[in-house]
Design a binder for this molecule. Sequence first.
Ligand code: AMP
Ligand code: GLY
Length: 420
Amino acid sequence: MKALVVGGGGREHALVWKLAQSPKIDKIICAPGNAGIAEMATCINISAGDISGLVDLAQKEAVDITFVGPEAPLTAGIVDVFEKAGLRVFGPTMQAAALEGSKVFAKEIMHKYNIPTAKYKVFTEAEPAFNYIREISLPCVIKAEGLAAGKGVIVAHDEETAFAAIQSIMIEGVFGSAGKRILIEECLVGEEVSILAFTDGKTVLPLLPAQDHKRVFDGDQGPNTGGMGAYCPAPVCPPDLQQKVLNEIMIPTVKAMETEGIPYKGVLYAGLMITEQGPLVLEYNVRFGDPEAQPLLVALDSDLIEIVDAVLDEKLEDIELQWKNGTTVCVVLASGGYPGDYTKGLPICGLDDVPPGIEVFHAATSKKAGEIVNSGGRVLGVTAIDKDIPSAITLAYKGVKAISFEGMHYRNDIGKKALS
Ligand code: AMP
Ligand code: GLY
C-alpha cells in the first residue's frame, strides 16, 4: 500500500514512523513533511492547506490511503474533496470537523445531548460582551469561536484582561472571521487530560489517556503554547474514570453526531478538565493532538493500518488496541523566544548522538546546505518509552541532553505531575 500523510509537524513524523512499521505499507509520501520525515518518506512540497494540490498528488501517485494531521484542512473539507474523488482518506468530513472548527457548534452539541462542559454564553457584538463581564464574577474564559492556532482562548482573572480580549478579538479582529463570535465561559479548576479515541461513527475505541503541558515554562508558568510535552498513560485518569469518560462523553458525542445526521469518523479528541464534579469537556479536536500523538503512537503496539481500515470500513468493533507496557514521555525542544518571535535556520547538533531506543520526532526542521536547521517554534519531540514514569522521564531527558541548538529551550518537568 501507498500512504500519503498531510502535514509537517511532530504529529505527522510520528504517524509516518508508525505507518512505516506496518507490513502493509510499501511507500509513504508526506506533504509537505520536514527534514526528519524526509529520512523515512518522500516529501513533496505541497502545503497542508492546498487541498486541490493534495488531491492531484494523491491521484497522480495512486495512493491507497491518506491521513490528515492538522485541523485546518479537515475543517476546510479535505475529506469531502478526497471522498468525492474516490480516494480513501482518514478523518472527519467538513461538517463533522465543525466540532473543532466552531466552538459554538461544539457547545450546542454538548448542551443538547447533556455532555458535561463549562457554562457559557455566546456573543456576536462587543458591547453586550463588555456588559456581561461587568455583571459576572471573575475569572472567566473568553474564546474566539473559530480556529486560532491555539491562541484564541484567554483566561481572564480581571476585568482589564477580559475587556482587552474582547477588544482584540471582536473589534480589532486579530483572528479574522474566527473571532466574529465569542464565547464567555465559566472558568474550570482541575487537572487537564487529553482523551483520544478512534471511531467509525458507531464504535468508540479510546487510546491511553495522555497529558499535554500547554504553558511554556516549568510549573505551568508563562504563556500557552501548542504543547511543550506530553506523556501517556496519565494516572490522573485511572481506568474507572476512563470508563466514565467513555460512557458520559466520548460515546454520547459520537451518538449525538450520528443523531444529527453528521456521522463522525476518525480520531476524536476531547480536552477535559478533571474537576471536583467530574470530567468536563474544554474542547474537542478532530484529529490527533500534537504532541500527544508522539507518545501515543510510540506506545501503540497495534498495526495502525488495521485500525484505519476498520474505521473506514465501519468494522472497529472487531478491533482491540494493543499497547506496549510502561510509560511514554515526549519532551518538546523549542526555538529561543517561542511562543513569541524566534530565529529560524539555526543548525541543530547532536541528533546522531541520541542513545538508541529514543525517538526524536521532527516538528519544524529543514535542510540547509546539508545541515538540519530549525524552521519553526516547536522543533523536535524527544520521545522515550520505559517501564515506569520515572524511568521514561529519565530516558527522554537523556535524549534531550544530547541535542543542542542556539536558543533551544524546553520544560524540565514533563511528566512530573504523574509522579505525585
Ligand atoms: P481550548 O482550546 O478550548 O482547549 O482552550 C485552551 C486551554 O485554555 C485549555 O487547554 C485550558 O488550559 C484553558 N481553558 C479552556 N477552557 C477553559 C475553562 N472553561 N476553564 C479553565 N480553563 C480553560
Ligand atoms: N496538544 C493540543 C492540541 O493538539 O491541540
